[in-house]
Every structure is written in structure tokens, then in C-alpha cells.
Design a protein around this ligand. Structure first.
Ligand code: SF4
Length: 344
């Protein structure tokens, strides 16, 4: 019988597991405390559990944490983690310091099946979905490799894969991250990024999670967006923005729209004006991402004056727009650069 990874279970489900082993429910709280507070994943080291329970539990469950295979520091202070999963597949996370914030960008799939034309991860294709424990395990594993003074304060679901295409594990990982017994993060500190999967956005809107949403828009016409992002053929801009307008944002939060600037493709003054028009009536902020080059991409980054002119056009129309100079560019960890040989 294969072992249940305790990282896949919510605290209430560990309580049920305890009951099925004939142990009191409060033992679950102790286990959760060992894993998420003390970072202990060896059942045998959970000293306040009776020995018989530890033995019985070891026959049914384990704590399988992604292994840090590589950790590469960037000159800008960010770090790329390459994690090896139980089956030898690899995913990446990026840790990004910014003032007193420490943000971890996690992956939700090995590779990605959405094939955005400008994205290196998309060029890999989809290998498989991650489990709940493989998503939260990236947070646990990164946290365990830090010094005691460092603490992850924010999580963004912007690594490899489309979170809403791996819906249940993503939502369960969000529940674990916000559960006071587990990671205990405020939902306001968590952002789920989506390629624009309208069906997933609508489902997420119905959950009681209240996380932030970041939407990859990247174009202002369906013609260009479909060329850049095949998902637009199923969910065109009008349907996407209608779903965004209905999404219940956390109090005082704004929805982020990601817009990668590609020279001569989507960076004209008309595009900037149309972008401002499209987002009218949405509490939005725009992240302008100058394209991060990768070998064979077929796109290039606009000149600095053109990037700044695009931003200025938005600002003049009252739209909050920041240029995000991606972190980790020198280590292949910037937006759209995450790629990894997927199996050992
Ligand atoms: S941009 Fe996101 S959704 Fe598109 S291919 Fe890359 S990882 Fe997938």
C-alpha cells in the first residue's frame, strides 16, 4: 500500500486519520505543529507522540518534502530553487527579497500545457500536475533551508504551470497556507496568477479564500492575444475581463494585470491607450514586464524609452502601472524563463 503524504492533508483530515488509528484527534494538532512550526518531517522525531502511534502512523503515512537539488543566488538578491520530487521530476521556485518582504514564487505543474509563445516553460509542454503537498512542500522546503531570522512573508503562484488548470491541489494548498494551524499566512499575502482561464477564475471566486488574483493579459486585441496565448481562443478578452469584474477582491486590494512588453508586437501607444480603456471600472494595477530574452524566443525587449512611454500613457489615464524588472534574470529565474529538464 502506498503511503499517504501528510503534506497532502488538511489538519481536519489528519484528525480523521488519527481517529482511524484509534488515537485522539488532538494528536493531529501535534503532528501539524511538528511539520509546519518546527519543520520536523521525520515521524520518529515527533517526541510527544506515543511510540505505538508513531509506528502505526509510519505504516500509513510519511512526510515527503521536495528535495532542494540546487539553490542558485542571483546578483539582485533573489534565489532560484530547483526541487526534485518523489518521481524524479523537477520544478523551480524563486525567492525574491524586497525590503521587509520575502516572496516565494511557487510552481503548480511540471511544465505547462498552455503554450504561450513568449514563455520558456510553455515550450516544455505539460509533464504532470503537482499534488497539494508538492506545492506547499516547496514553501516548507525553502523555509527549512533559511536562517532563523528569515521568514517567507508572501507567496505568488507564478512559477511553472497554470494554477487554475490544476485546480483542486491549488485550492487545497491555498487552504493549507492560510490555515492558522499550518502555515498561517494571511490570504492578502497570497497571489494566484492565471493565464486567463475564465472557468477557473469563476470557480475560485466562489471559494471562501479571498486571495489576490494576477491575470496575464499581454495584449489588447483578441487577434494579438490569440497569437501570443492560445488560451484566448477559448476565453477571449471580453469574457476574461467580465470574469475579472465579478471576482471578489480582498478589501482595498487591486487585481494585478501582467503585461509582457514585446517589441513591435504589443507595445505601441495605441496598445497603451486601449489597455487603459479595457481596464476601466476594474480596481486594477498593471505590471509591465519587459520581455526576458531566452535562446530561440523569437521576440525581443522594447527599448527603454518605448517601455517608459507605454507606462507614461497609462499613468496619464489614471492607471497604476509599474515596470517590473524581473528578478533573477541572470540565473534563468525571471518571468517566463523557468524551465528544467523534467526527469532525472
Ligand atoms: S506564461 Fe504561464 S500559462 Fe503561459 S505557457 Fe508560461 S507558464 Fe504556462
Amino acid at each position: 500500500m502506498s503511503l499517504t503524504n501528510l503534506l497532502d492533508l488538511l489538519p481536519a483530515e489528519i484528525e480523521s486519520l488519527m481517529e482511524s488509528l484509534g488515537a485522539p484527534r488532538y494528536r493531529a494538532r501535534q503532528i501539524v505543529d511538528w511539520i509546519y512550526r518546527k519543520g520536523v518531517t521525520d515521524l520518529d522525531r515527533m517526541a510527544n507522540l506515543p511510540r505505538e502511534l508513531r509506528l502505526a502512523l509510519a505504516e500509513r503515512a510519511c512526510v515527503d518534502v521536495p528535495v532542494v537539488e540546487r539553490r542558485t543566488p542571483s546578483q539582485d538578491g533573489s534565489q532560484k530553487f530547483v526541487f526534485r520530487l518523489g518521481d524524479g521530476a523537477r520544478v523551480q521556485s524563486v525567492l525574491m527579497p524586497d525590503g521587509d518582504r520575502l516572496t516565494l514564487c511557487v510552481s503548480t505543474q511540471v511544465g505547462c500545457g498552455f503554450g504561450c509563445a513568449f514563455c520558456l516553460t510553455g515550450a516544455m509542454g505539460l509533464e504532470r500536475n503537482l499534488t497539494t503537498g508538492e506545492i506547499t512542500g516547496q514553501v516548507l522546503s525553502a523555509a527549512r533551508s533559511m536562517t532563523t531570522s528569515e521568514r517567507i512573508t508572501h507567496i505568488v503562484y507564478m512559477g511553472m504551470g497554470e494554477p487554475l488548470a490544476n485546480y483542486q491541489p491549488t485550492v487545497r494548498s491555498l487552504r493549507l497556507l492560510t490555515d492558522p494551524l499550518a502555515f498561517g499566512l494571511s490570504s492578502r499575502r497570497i497571489t494566484v496568477s492565471t493565464v486567463g482561464l475564465v472557468s477557473g477564475i469563476e470557480k475560485l471566486a466562489r471559494e471562501d479564500l479571498r486571495v489576490n488574483l494576477a491575470v496575464s493579459l499581454h495584449a489588447t486585441s483578441n487577434r494579438t492575444r490569440s497569437r501570443l496565448m492560445p488560451v484566448n481562443n477559448g476565453f477571449p478578452i471580453e469574457a476574461l475581463l467580465a470574469a475579472c469584474r465579478r471576482f471578489p477582491l480582498p478589501f482595498r486590494q487591486r487585481m494585478t494585470f501582467e503585461y509582457v512588453l514585446l517589441d513591435g508586437v504589443n507595445d505601441s501607444p495605441e496598445d497603451a491607450r486601449e489597455l487603459a480603456r479595457l481596464l476601466r471600472g476594474i480596481r486594477a494595477k498593471i505590471n509591465l514586464i519587459p520581455f526576458n530574452d531566452w535562446h530561440g524566443a523569437g521576440f525581443s525587449r522594447p527599448s527603454l524609452p518605448r517601455i517608459l512611454a507605454f507606462q507614461q500613457t497609462l499613468l496619464e489615464r489614471g492607471v497604476t502601472a509599474t515596470v517590473r524588472w524581473s528578478k533573477g534574470e541572470d540565473i534563468g529565474a525571471a518571468c517566463g524563463q523557468l524551465s528544467e529538464a523534467v526527469v532525472a
